[in-house]
Design a protein around this ligand. Structure first.
Ligand code: KG4
Ligand code: ZN
Length: 336
């Protein structure tokens, strides 16, 4: 009889549920209901709307997997970090199923989940370097031989993905902006505007995207009328500079760390120019680049279920009374 982990993800604007076989990592069920269209007209995620949409979507996904209830051995749910009103939806549902079916609960840190998107159907390998680029985070992470996590660089203001979302909003492209900007940039002249790479001559290993966003805003304000070509050129120049900022700090860290394996995770890791840039750095340092399947770069319950398997094997369960949501926790006090 199959033994399954149920994964539930609702930390932001995606409601997602997955079932994976604990022993083989086989994907038994996976579905995600994205709220992008609903939030797009506001240019960003509206928390109250996100909460309401999770409450509609999640029970429908659970109905789908009812035939598998008897095989579920544990429920892994994202409980940190994220929007509190969104996290509550998934965590409350997980608690309710746990109580009614008498199945143990596992709390999953969303960022830890993203790392597992590199190992959806295989065992995780340490040591490992990771670039995490999402809507909420931009981090370079070191995971040592024992699985101990250290954050080597993070952003002091906007995240990489968020800067794409904000530039997209300035250009009225809707939300989320990452993919739209990447697509427009393909037709743009990336030499037309000279945006400066943030912190280029600063030795601090730190990211900052708000200054770049302001450079873009000033350029847009100078234009009385924005043509399709202007848009594409802005996207191309912005994207090139944002990626060069990521690569500049990453190459400095690579000199010190010498990772044999390096992965990129998070929604923005779907960006092909970013992937190519990181690939070149990895090649120079004889490091092999690990990538998540494009479909599982952005938020999804499969990575949460997969992270749940590793905690399941260590019997890291949590009583429903103790499972809290922690909207602001990033990485990570844990060693696993
Ligand atoms: O990981 P994710 O789905 O949600 C968070 O945990 O934040 O990441 C979503 C973010 C959004 O900011 C979105 O614009 C960005 O990832 N993103 C991209 C691309 N695709 C998604 N950014 C740049 N290029 C892309 N192709
Ligand atoms: Zn995410």
């Amino acid at each position: 009889m199959k033994e399954l982990i149920l994964g539930i993800e609702s930390s932001c604007d995606d409601s997602s549920v997955a079932l994976i076989d604990i022993n083989t990592y086989e994907k038994i069920y996976y579905k995600k209901i994205s709220q992008e269209l609903e939030h797009s007209k506001y240019g960003g995620v509206v928390p109250e709307l996100a909460a309401r949409l999770h409450t509609q979507a999640l029970p429908n996904l659970i109905i789908d997997i009812k035939p598998h209830f008897k095989n579920i051995k544990a429920i892994a749910v994202t409980n940190e970090p994220g929007l509190s009103v969104s996290l509550i939806g998934g965590v409350s549902l997980a608690k309710a199923i746990s109580i009614s079916l008498n199945i143990p609960l596992i709390g999953i840190n969303h960022l830890f989940g993203h790392i597992y998107s590199l190992f959806l159907d295989k065992d995780i390998v340490f040591p490992l370097g990771v670039l995490l680029v999402s809507g909420g985070h931009t981090m370079i992470i070191d995971i040592d031989c024992d699985g101990k996590i250290s954050v080597l660089a993070t952003t002091s203001d906007d995240s990489f993905g968020e800067s794409f979302d904000k530039v997209a909003k300035m250009l009225n492209l809707g939300y989320p902006g990452g993919e739209k900007i990447e697509n427009l940039a393909k037709d743009g002249d990336d030499k037309r505007f000279h945006f400066t790479i943030p912190l280029l001559h600063n030795r601090r290993l730190e990211y900052s995207f708000s200054g770049l966003k302001n450079q873009v805003r000033l350029e847009i304000e100078k234009m009385q009328f924005i043509t399709e070509q202007d848009r594409s050129d802005i996207c191309a120049c912005f994207q090139k500079t944002a990626i060069n900022h990521i690569l500049d700090k990453l190459s400095k860290i690579f000199v010190q760390k010498k990772w044999a394996k390096f992965g990129i995770v998070g929604g923005a890791s779907a960006n092909l120019s970013l992937r190519n840039g990181v690939f070149e750095i990895c090649k120079k340092h004889d490091s092999s680049l690990l990538l998540a399947p494009l479909e599982f770069c952005s938020d999804n319950a499969l990575m949460i279920a997969r992270a749940g398997i590793s905690k399941f094997k260590k019997r890291e369960f949590i009583d429903y009374k103790n499972l809290q949501i922690n909207p602001k926790i990033d990485f990570l006090n844990f060693n696993r």
